[in-house]
Design a protein around this ligand. Structure first.
Ligand code: SF4
Length: 468
């Protein structure tokens, strides 16, 4: 038998925004309201591996493609194996979809599915859960035509019992992975807040050496950094630039510049190969050096996204963020000096935080004056230290309550939910109606009108969601 495999991004009835929880870029929930509509990179990696092994595969990304829940259900009926990354922010949609696809082999992947695999299987929400890094496990599962027995990295139900096969080791040689199957998606649907459409995502490493208590990256990818070679990265960039004619790149690594020498080698190679790309990346405040920034700017880096999180040294310590507000001030200044635009991500409602501290964080954001700021209510991401610090009953209760974006129902800080929501709205109003933001925005708008349009679009879309 030859099997047909559907790789499907989550959707729920009536959904008009993209949650885009991806098996390889797991932190980026609610992406459309924050920083763009990201292509399903993890699904493209899986598709590429399956296709190289002569397995028929299709990717559907319903929201950017403008598909309804009902039409996705009809498409699902044509396939033998349906694989969905479980998103905390729309678990009900995936479960409803799978309830209507009984008889097919229904597979859930991603961190959240791994964390609650027992519950999902016991309650017949799916047939198989892939624990951890998904690519090689799914290849073996599809080669076995959906039979999970003896395939490491899987959990499944047999005789009413949950069977958990042994864990699969992480992929050591990332260069051994084929490039993501960009030909299976419409690249023009995907954007970044800074560049607009099209923007390609590129992942040069997996894992993060830090251990922020709210983050679940290490749960699946570990703290040890695994990196691709510079040659391999450049080959993928050449494919993106010359085959797909895309010049805007988001290096979606959890932290792109972990090692100064490696970043400089990548930057020098981008210049040497005359790629003429423009790019953005995520950085950690305490890894940045002036030398690194200068090379990045020469190689086309236009914007750096920093997780600054809080103005309170105590809260940052509680988060195990490994940075201080003073470091943030210095690095944002340095970034501006070399000609790269900084943007900032902030969290409110962390345990121990008071309303005064939240307002201090908003004032701090205004003082730093990044191009744009994103404020979110702290969510104990499944798999994170914060999640496991909650009593079991609270964790179980959260399964349903996660089903929104920017939810205050997961409140874990002790501040009344309605006050947290009020403070979130207040943060956005205070930041975006300030003179500092207006002046900064106007000067950027003159230099780069497309970025200004994108920020305005984000404010409109994000604003509507938050103020609804
Ligand atoms: S720096 Fe912290 S938040 Fe960022 S990926 Fe690493 S552990 Fe997660």
């Amino acid at each position: 038998m030859s099997i047909k495999v559907l790789l499907l991004n989550p959707i729920k009835p009536g959904q008009d925004f993209n949650v885009n929880v991806d098996p390889v870029i797991i932190r980026h929930t609610g992406a459309q309201t924050k920083a763009g509509i990201f292509s399903p990179l993890g699904l493209m990696y899986i598709a590429s591996i399956l296709r190289n092994n002569k397995i028929e595969v299709k990717i559907i990304d319903p929201v950017p493609e403008g598909r309804s829940f009902e039409s996705v259900l009809d498409i699902g009926k044509e396939f033998d194996i349906i694989i969905v990354p479980l998103a905390t922010s729309n678990i009900s949609g995936t479960i409803k979809l799978f309830d209507n696809l009984k008889g097919k082999i229904r597979v859930l992947i991603g961190t959240y599915a791994t964390v609650i695999s027992d519950q999902l299987l016991r309650e017949n929400k799916c047939d198989i859960v892939v624990n951890g890094e998904a690519e090689m496990t799914l290849l073996e599962l599809c080669k076995a035509e959906g039979s999970p027995k003896d395939i490491i990295g899987l959990s499944y139900i047999k005789d009413y019992k949950v069977i958990k096969n042994s864990d699969r080791p992480l992929i050591e040689d990332l260069d051994s992975l084929p490039f993501p199957a960009r030909d299976l998606i419409d690249n023009n649907l995907y954007s970044d807040i800074f560049f607009g459409k099209p923007t390609a995502l590129v992942l040069t490493s997996r894992g993060c050496p830090y251990e922020c208590s709210f983050c679940s990256v290490k749960f699946v990818y570990g703290r040890r950094l695994r990196v691709r070679s510079v040659k391999n990265i450049i080959e993928e960039l050449e494919e993106i630039v010359f085959k797909y004619c895309i010049k805007n790149i988001f290096f979606i690594d959890d932290i792109f510049p972990v090692n100064e020498d490696r970043v400089i080698q990548i930057c020098d190679a981008i210049i040497k190969h005359n790629l003429k790309i423009s790019w953005v990346c995520n950085c950690h405040i305490n890894l940045i050096t002036k030398r690194m920034l200068e090379h990045m700017e020469k190689a086309g880096c236009k914007e750096i996204r920093y997780g600054i999180e809080s103005a309170s040294a105590d809260i940052l310590k509680g988060m195990k963020k490994n940075i201080t507000p003073q470091q943030a001030i210095k690095v944002i200044r340095m970034t501006k000096e070399v000609g790269i635009i900084p943007s900032g991500f902030f969290m409110i409602g962390f345990p121990g935080e008071t309303v005064e501290m939240i307002r201090d964080t908003v004032n701090f954001a205004k003082m730093l004056n990044p191009l744009y700021a994103v404020f979110t209510i702290t969510i104990p991401a499944p798999g994170s230290e914060l999640y496991y610090s909650l009593p079991f009953s609270k964790r179980t209760e959260l399964v349903d309550k996660f089903d929104t974006v920017n939810s205050d129902t997961t409140n874990i800080c002790g501040i009344e939910p309605y006050i947290l929501t009020r403070e979130l709205k207040r943060a956005y109003i205070s930041f975006y109606l300030s003179w500092r933001f207006f002046c900064n925005f106007m000067s950027q708008a003159i230099q780069r009108p497309s970025a200004a349009v994108s920020v305005l679009r984000m404010l409109l879309q994000g604003g509507i969601k938050i103020f609804n």
